[in-house]
Design a protein around this ligand. Sequence first.
Ligand code: FAD
Length: 488
Amino acid sequence: MSSQSYDVIVIGGGAVGENVADRTAQGGLTTVVVESDLVGGECSYWACMPSKVLLRSGAALAAARRVPGAAEAVTGTVDVRAALKQRDSIASNWKDDGQAKWLDSAGIALVRGHARLTGIKEVTVTQADGAVTVLTATHAVVISTGSAALLPDIPGLTDIDPWTSRDATSAQQIPPRLAVIGGGVVAAEMAAAYASLGSAVTVIARSPLLGGQEPFAGELVTAALIENGVTVLVGPSTTEAHREGGAVTLTLDDGSTVTAEKVLVAIGRTPRTQDLGLNTVGLNGGDWLAVDDTLLVQGDSPTLAGDWLYATGDVNHRALLTHQGKYQARAAGDAIVTRAAGTPVDNAPWGAHVATADHAAVPQVTFTDPEVASVGLTAASAVKAGYRIRILDYDLANLGGSAVLAVGYVGKARAIVDLDREVLLGVTFVGQDVAELLHSATVAIVGEVPINRLWHAVPSYPTLSEVWLRLLEAYGRPGFTENDGRKN
Ligand SMILES: Cc1cc2nc3c(=O)[nH]c(=O)nc-3n(C[C@H](O)[C@H](O)[C@H](O)COP(=O)(O)OP(=O)(O)OC[C@H]3O[C@@H](n4cnc5c(N)ncnc54)[C@H](O)[C@@H]3O)c2cc1C
């Protein structure tokens, strides 16, 4: 057994853990990352990056087919071998040398192995060969262990060896038939990807797809999936799974069955806190870790006193997205450096050391075709939160920009206005190529830009950004009345 001491210990070298470590190292604190698998985590190898590449070739092909001139030049379907090869390359062939090298270049130490808390500011790492290293932290321990796929308790499911998102994003063969259990982002994206790669896909979702988004988002995505040959079953639950030879049959609670070579389970995530020694600091293994806005772990235990234990990324369950976890990482890393210097943190809302946007402006893109790009509140969540709102809707098909992009462009935008402050609370865009529009909405919401001022942000013609002008026109210019000859 060896022992080492650092200012900061980060458990988990995913995108989020790497970012915390970067901030604390840049702040002059000695920092170690402990990683039990690949440095880079889920996003690089089994989530964001490979999933987006699997979707990209089908989307590019579909986009070309909507442009006369280009459409005539597209004569085939997706080249599966080439698409998988590109996916392999983007996933660095599931090797982490590049990311480990980056840690080294950033002056961050790496200890490989499984980390467990063994006391206040103490982490014990067990390496694959059984060697044990005890790490102690002078200032902070950050838990960035992420989340894993949640498997439902369906009789027979474990026996059929179901796919999780890890299998779906790293598969080397495309199954002739794929059943997808779930209706969230991962289910919708993987259904779209595998349909474009040649699988006959059936989605089994208990409720309409993309719940939590504006309802039209799920409706437009469902319609597009169906148009692309996907069977979407909304309502039934899977009650049993069994394999016969190469095929699996799922029995649904409406009495029907679905047969497929592979079954992807995408019903949600579970925190990676099961085997983390949380009991040694008065917390429960298997729980998501509640944090305050500086990402300090919350709990009644006196062991948590002293502002030393942080949780960033998926594991705190605030927003299960890489970019939002990295935003938390920057806030937490800087808070650690500030506290280590004995200076008070700037923890007022929107201050330097808090993740305020987690509550008000979480941007998210679902990379289906059409894409769904949303930030802030939906109409339903704004009403629930007690805001007095106005809903502005616009059909993106009416824009000059969409007419240039595609024949038969299908898309819709919705903005939610807080009538008391005349600022935006939320925006949702659905359509081809709307992902890059999203940041404009995020800036408007985070900046609380008054509608009156937004009128001066002129979108270029002919682009999809002209949706901003149309939404503003739908609202009417504050201060002008009917008597001015304008809509109010
Ligand atoms: C299919 C799919 C697609 C997605 N697409 C997107 C997308 O397009 N955009 C987006 O923003 N988000 C996307 N997400 C979500 C995104 O992947 C996660 O939000 C992100 O990976 C979370 O990062 P993290 O660092 O918190 O956790 P992780 O990336 O899971 O990293 C945690 C790390 O901790 C390590 N670890 C765990 N326990 C221990 C331990 N005890 N000791 C040592 N190491 C440990 C793990 O091995 C892992 O490397 C997607 C998710 C899925 C499943």
